[in-house]
Write a protein that binds this ligand. Structure first.
Ligand SMILES: [Zn+2]
Ligand SMILES: [Zn+2]
Length: 135
């Protein structure tokens, strides 16, 4: 078993779990840009049951263009967004790559929502690019 651990900037929120990663995606949608205040979000999808959080998290729900509800999970003290959930994908949680300790596990498989990418964002030409959410 590969362990996956991570924490927010101030350390009040941390997590630990089984690092069996289902998928790693770079998302360039406007929501991810605003939520991360960065060019894109790199999301590490794992089974929600496999990860245990410690510390008090804050949550923010918002609708996705699919009609699903997206939930951002973040530290109310330092603001780090540690994870996200999608009501359309029960049982799965998307850890935010920047807070994951095992950097070597972060191997994105695709870039999505490339139509709204910041033009200067470098993307690995070997990865698949989708203009929006893959079909
Ligand atoms: Zn924090
Ligand atoms: Zn996104």
């Amino acid at each position: 078993m590969t362990e996956i651990t991570g924490s927010c900037l101030c350390g009040n929120v941390s997590y630990k779990g089984d690092g069996e990663i289902k998928m790693v995606i770079n998302c360039h949608c406007t929501d991810c840009q605003q939520a991360t205040c960065s060019s894109h979000a790199t999301m590490v999808f794992v089974s929600e049951d496999a990860v245990e959080f410690t510390g008090e998290t804050s949550r923010f729900d918002h609708p996705a263009d699919s009609g699903n509800t997206l939930t951002k999970i973040f530290c109310g003290t330092c603001g780090s967004q540690v994870a996200g959930k999608n009501s359309g994908r029960q049982g799965v949680i998307g850890l935010r790559a920047g807070c994951v300790d095992q950097k070597e596990l972060i191997k994105p498989g695709a870039n999505i929502y490339c139509d709204s990418a910041i033009p200067s964002t470098a993307m690995d030409p070997k990865l698949k690019k989708f203009p929006a959410m893959p079909g």
